[in-house]
Structure formats: C-alpha cells, structure tokens
Design a protein around this ligand. Structure first.
Ligand code: DGL
Length: 269
C-alpha cells in the first residue's frame, strides 16, 4: 500500500459531500475519489437487500481506483451493508454509524439520545444498537425525516416550509427530553441551523460525518497510511447519472467548486 493512494468515499448520491467536507478539514493532504450513485438515489426508502446489492457495486467502482481505505458516507448503507463491503474490499472500511454513536454517547449527559435519519437507517436500528452496546443505560429515540433530503438538495436551508417540517418531525423527540441528537443522514448537517432553531439551541447536535473524519484520521495514523505529500490533493468525483447537477449541488454542499465530474456507465435505476 502506498500513502499517496486516495481515500475512496461513496454515497447514494450527493449527500456524502458533507463527509468529504469533513475529511478535507481533518485530512487536508489526502487525495480523495468520490462515487455518488445519482442514478439510483435515494437509498433511504429501499429494502436492505437492494441497498446491500447497490453497496457492493459502489464499492467496486472505488476499488478500480486503487483506494487505500473506503469511507461509506451514506448512513443507510453503513446501517445495513458495512459487513459485506468490508468483506468485498479487503482494505480498511469505515462506516458512519459507529463514529456517530460513539460521539453521541460521549456528549449525552442525560443519557437520552435522539437519532434522525432515512427510513432505512431508522428501521434498521443500527444507531440504537450501536449506542446501547456502548452504554445499555442510554435511552434512544429514532425518528425518520425523509423530507429533509430533498429540502437540503433544493437549498431550502432557511425556508419557512423547512422549519414547519422540522417542527413536525422533531416534536416527538422534544417530548422525550433528549439532550443529544444524531444527524444520521448525509444531508442533515446542511439543515443544522433550522434544526437548532426548532430545538431552541437546547440539544447537542452530532454530525456523524464529522465524527467519522476524526476516526479516519486516527486510523490512517495508526496504519502509517497518511499521505505525507504537501502538494495540493487530487479530488476526483464520479457519479452514475447527471454529472452537471451533481457539480452544481455539490458546490453548495462542499463550499467550493468541484471541477469536472465524471459519469460511470452501467448503472441503471
Ligand atoms: N445518503 C443517504 C443517507 O445518508 C440519504 C439519501 C438517500 O436516501 O439515499 O442515509
């Protein structure tokens, strides 16, 4: 393995760019190859069987780029397919569930944690199981928020409609008196401001992507795999459909321009 090999990141679509942003902050010298399965997004409402199948195909795209480590940016995939991706890849693979769960357990004083995510992530109970394994005394309350995904992609971060929907989704969690909330979906960090507003800045928000970037940094150090070059890193973006739309929304998610986005053939929805 060579330290200059890129980190591979995959997601169901565009949302994983929030994880790329966190990786770039914590690991500014790493080369990154990203694959977003924009032809088949969203994964959130799909069955675990289908998501597992898709996850293997996404993994194969990254393996063709000779990546040294894979980050599964997608919470829905991390929730139901981490095991098979690890088996297929035969290189280190990091999902976002365990880092997010770990950070939430450390943050929660009242031992009452809320988790929001896609239908697939919440119904898998992956966060609940991971949190309860770390501390069985913690109470976990899950809430799917599927409409947050299109709202974040539309850029409706400061919109009345988003606030109303957030109130509707988050109200049951406030009744449970949570003190910590896991943003268990790639898109939700984009809506952080409105979520904070609805929760009256009273709940600690945990960004799983951010927590994952910290774990990846530690892992690369432990494995002596961090890129020692101080050259500007090479960032490459691949998608399975409509690259121009990815480039446009991706800029908003990443906070910087992406350059050319390439289309990978052979992914049918
Ligand atoms: N990337 C997905 C996740 O984090 C959200 C979008 C989708 O449903 O595919 O769960």
């Amino acid at each position: 393995m060579n330290n200059a090999q890129p980190i591979g990141v995959f997601d169901s679509g565009i949302g994983g760019m929030t994880v790329v942003r966190a990786l770039m902050q914590h690991l500014p010298h790493e080369n990154i190859v990203y694959f977003g399965d924009t032809a088949r997004v969203p994964y959130g409402p799909k069955s675990p069987q289908v998501v597992r199948e898709y996850a293997l195909q996404d993994t194969d795209v990254l393996l063709q780029h000779d990546v040294k480590l894979i980050v599964i940016a997608c919470n829905t995939v991390s929730a139901v397919a981490l095991d098979i991706v690890q088996k297929r890849a035969k290189i280190p693979v990091v999902g976002v569930i365990l880092p997010g769960a770990d950070a939430a357990v450390l943050a929660s004083k009242k031992k009452r944690i809320g988790v929001i995510g896609t239908l697939g992530t919440i119904f898998s109970n992956a966060y609940t199981n991971a949190i309860r394994q770390l501390n069985p005394a913690i109470k976990v309350f899950g809430q799917p928020c599927p409409l947050f995904v299109p709202l974040a992609e539309e850029g409706w971060t400061d919109h009345k409609a988003t606030e109303l929907i957030a109130k509707e989704y988050l109200f049951p969690l406030t009744l449970e008196k949570i003190d910590t909330l896991v943003l268990g979906c790639t898109h939700y960090p984009i809506l952080r401001k409105v979520i904070n507003k609805v929760l009256h800045n009273d709940v600690m928000l945990i960004d799983s992507g951010e927590a994952t970037a910290v774990i990846v940094k530690n892992m690369l150090t432990e494995l002596h795999l961090e890129n020692t070059s101080i050259m500007k890193p090479n960032l490459q973006f691949f998608v399975s459909d409509v690259p121009h739309k990815f480039a446009e929304i991706g800029e908003r998610f990443l906070g910087t321009t992406l350059g050319k986005v390439h289309r990978v053939e052979g992914f049918l929805s």
